[in-house]
Ligand binder design. Structure first.
Ligand code: SF4
Length: 405
């Protein structure tokens, strides 16, 4: 069985990038009922367009309806579900048992996926949810491969796990840190990622003196989860019968979505094509290192992570490349691409271009023109649109990066 590759779609542009770079399905949030309130999220019009675009390109769309609802939220739910169904989505992601029940009663044909937020950590819970009509279980991130295999044997519902991205330091998202420190509720979609801030110790009589927190000579492990990366373990995941491999990151950039989706697509396809001769390609790990990330870990897959799952060395975030621009279009007559700036770049820069299919392109920026056709030396402004010559045609949503010095 070939598992689905499931990618985050924080907005319509990211949805298109995810689909073009090889996702079988995307998950997204509407303007209501979705965790990740700051991820851009989809208006009704965007949702309809997103579903149409995904379906035209053979991909499925799941909508997160995964807040822990209050009574007042429930009054709005039927209309919202009606709109989602009219858009033609392929499933909803729910964590609240009340919302599961209401969705099953109101729209029995709409597949319900149980969110990781519901913390399914054992086969009895999995079976319970299956009996409630849930068609897919997004398992808690804290499970090992052996635990997942045992659940697989005891339920027929689809199983989905996270394979890549940030880890919560709490139990699969159940956390009050953001509520306490930023007044933003993680369980209503508004996490400020407070667990990723830098912390120090202050003695009450010496305000302003920040003492580093150290647990051993290498630093502190508290609140320092590494990022998850299971690309080297595709065979184990496929053999375990997992139906969907999910990439975290509705808040992340198109550079992250494009790069990470492409790597997992390649890895999954390579394994399915020739399982006996499968070897992870070093280029995949290289590509994964090009987007901003913490050091990687395999999380809980092979047991509790301990020290190896914590980040305590050097810079917190790292990447070998900087995302500088997104291709918006290509003019065959002039051989130039229209690029939207994301970070400063200039004539003379060596760039690498990530393309949806095939090998990356390497070339130099030989000239730049503004939208009026005036020659310019650099693109200093965020979202600035510039034309630049390309040695060969390049498709929209290709991604330009510069190697970090
Ligand atoms: S603050 Fe961190 S641990 Fe808490 S919900 Fe947000 S990401 Fe998860």
């Amino acid at each position: 069985m070939k598992p689905e590759l499931l990618a985050p779609a924080g907005d319509l542009q990211k949805l298109k990038v995810a689909v073009l770079y090889g996702a079988d399905a995307v998950y997204l949030g509407g303007r209501h009922f979705s965790l990740r309130a700051g991820a851009g999220n989809f208006s009704e019009k965007e949702l309809f367009e997103g579903v149409r675009y995904a379906h035209e390109n053979g991909a499925r769309v799941y909508v997160a309806v995964n807040i822990y609802a209050r009574n007042e939220d429930l009054a709005l739910l039927p209309d919202y579900l009606e709109m989602i169904c009219a858009a033609g989505v392929d499933g909803i992601i729910v964590s609240d048992p009340g919302v599961v029940d209401l969705a099953r009663r109101l729209y029995p044909g709409l597949p319900v996926h149980l969110s990781t937020q519901a913390n399914t950590t054992n086969w009895a819970t999995a079976r319970f949810w299956e009996e409630q009509g849930v068609s897919r279980l997004i398992l808690a991130r804290e499970l090992s491969l052996e635990e997942i295999k045992e659940i697989r044997k005891k339920v027929t519902a689809e199983l989905e796990i996270f394979v890549h991205g940030a880890m919560c330091i709490s139990y699969s998202g159940r956390c009050l840190l953001s509520n306490y420190l930023a007044g933003r509720d993680a369980n209503r979609g508004d996490c400020a990622q407070s667990c990723r801030w830098r912390y120090a110790l202050v003695e009450e009589k010496r305000p302003g003196e920040y003492l580093p927190i150290e647990e051993d000579s290498r630093g502190s492990y508290i609140l320092g989860a590494r990022d998850l990366c299971l690309v080297e373990h595709i065979p184990e995941l496929v053999k375990a019968g997992i139906n969907s491999l999910k990439i975290e990151g509705r808040m992340k950039s198109v550079n992250y979505v494009g790069g990470i989706v492409k790597v997992y697509r390649q890895a999954l396809d390579a394994y399915i094509k020739e399982p006996e001769n499968y070897h992870p390609d070093p280029a995949w790990l290289e590509e994964i290192g090009k987007v901003s990330h913490r050091r990687y870990t395999t999380g809980f897959l092979f047991g509790a992570p301990g020290v190896s799952g914590q980040h305590y060395e050097g810079e917190i975030y790292t990447s070998t490349h900087t995302f500088i621009g997104l291709v918006k279009g290509y003019d065959e007559k002039t051989g130039m691409a229209l690029v939207e700036q994301r970070n400063y770049f200039a004539v003379g820069d060596e760039v690498e271009v990530l393309v949806p299919r095939g090998k990356n392109i390497k070339q130099k920026i030989t000239a730049l023109y503004d939208e009026e056709g005036n020659s310019i030396k650099a693109a200093p402004h965020p979202q600035q649109k510039v034309w630049t010559p390309f040695e060969r045609p390049v498709s929209a949503y290709s991604i330009l990066r510069k190697i970090n010095q």
